[in-house]
Each structure stands twice: as structure tokens, then as C-alpha cells.
Design a protein around this ligand. Structure first.
Ligand SMILES: [Zn+2]
Length: 211
């Protein structure tokens, strides 16, 4: 950008992926603004998106909590059956050198996704209700975005499916309710991520803070 450019900063938008700078043109509801260089979606305004995202976030919260305590899988071999929840699996390593691994796994598949949806609810509820943002909304939303790459529920589900297919020759393996909850969870997280227009959220936080 030319330093003497007369275009004010809030009329510019920078691609979050490739750093290309564009002059801002607000798309109509239902349209999207896409980076001309790399195709990253920059703005996707949707009517009532906030409410839908909050609803999906609540569904995700319930699913995460339920998926943690319900049996994830059951294994039958030599006449005995064992069902295990994710909590059991994490606690199984809680003594010994694997405790760090157990804690990290639990954090990546349960606590990080949970923290992200709770932060999203915290930020979005006041925006949807047309209230001033809750205290620390900016930091909360920034944290939720920073945690995004560390939310690994889908990798976990995929890994489990592959592992179970491999051991299904040795024992009778059945997926428990928590596996299906996790699968649903993965879909909902993708839906939520695609519905959330980050630009609109930042804009709302920005607008209410400066005025
Ligand atoms: Zn780009």
C-alpha cells in the first residue's frame, strides 16, 4: 500500500490467508466476498447466522459432555466384554509415564473443542441480543480462533475408526453411543466453523467498543 493513500483503514480488508489487501465492499446477505488471489472466504454475511451458531454451539457442548461419559466402544474377546468411555481411557494412563500423553489427548479432543464453543457462545450471545459485548469479548474471540488448529475431535474419530477396523479380526468390537455422538460432533463443528463469519463478529465487537 502507498503510505499517502487516502483510503481509510476501515475501508480495507486483508486476506487472512495470503495477506492480499482489497478495498472493502460489503457483500449482500447470501453473497460472499472471496480473496481474488487465493480464494479464501473473507466475508459471508448471513441472516440469523448468530442465533443458528449459538444453537449449534449448545448442541456441541451437550454432545461433548455426553460423549465423554458414555461408552465409546466395547470389546468382546474370549467371553468377556469390556466397554470403555473416553474418560476411562484417559484415566487408564493416569499413573505412569504416559500421564502427560493422556492429559494432552484429553485436552485436544475434549477441552479444546469445549473451550472454543463456550467462548463462541460468550461472544455471540450479546451480539445477537444487540447488547454491548461481554467483558473481554475481543480476547475471548481471539482465543477461540487461536485454538482452532488444536481442536482435534475429528482426527480422533478417524483414528479410532481405523484402529478398530484393524483389531476387529482379533476381537468383537462395537462402537458405543459416544462414538456416534463424536461423529455428529465433528459434523456440527464443521457446520459452525463455516457459518461463522469472522469479519462480521470482529466488526460488531469493534463497532460497539469504539462508539
Ligand atoms: Zn488470499
Amino acid at each position: 500500500m502507498d503510505q499517502s493513500s487516502p483510503i481509510p483503514l476501515d475501508k480495507l480488508i486483508v486476506c487472512t490467508h495470503c495477506d492480499a489487501v482489497f478495498t472493502l465492499e460489503r457483500p449482500q446477505v447470501g453473497q460472499r466476498a472471496i480473496c481474488a488471489r487465493c480464494g479464501t472466504v473473507l466475508i459471508t454475511p448471513r441472516r440469523k447466522a448468530g442465533l443458528q451458531i449459538i444453537a449449534v454451539s449448545f448442541a456441541i457442548t451437550i454432545l461433548i459432555i455426553a460423549a465423554t461419559v458414555f461408552p465409546f466402544l466395547s470389546i468382546s474377546a474370549a467371553g468377556t466384554t469390556n466397554s470403555v468411555s473416553i474418560l476411562d481411557a484417559a484415566l487408564a494412563f493416569s499413573d505412569g509415564p504416559l500421564v502427560a500423553l493422556a492429559l494432552t489427548t484429553a485436552a485436544l479432543i475434549i477441552f479444546v473443542p469445549l473451550a472454543r464453543v463456550l467462548l463462541t457462545i460468550y461472544v455471540l450471545v450479546p451480539i445477537v441480543l444487540d447488547r454491548p459485548p461481554a467483558r473481554g469479548s475481543t480476547q475471548a474471540f481471539r482465543l477461540a480462533e487461536a485454538l482452532r488448529p488444536w481442536s482435534m475431535a475429528e482426527i480422533f474419530v478417524l483414528g479410532c475408526a481405523v484402529a478398530l477396523i484393524k483389531i476387529s479380526d482379533l476381537a468383537d468390537v462395537a462402537f458405543g453411543p459416544a462414538f456416534w455422538m463424536f461423529s455428529g460432533l465433528v459434523v456440527l463443528v464443521v457446520v459452525q466453523d463455516n457459518f461463522l463469519c469472522r469479519w462480521s463478529v470482529w466488526k460488531s465487537l469493534d463497532k460497539t467498543q469504539t462508539s
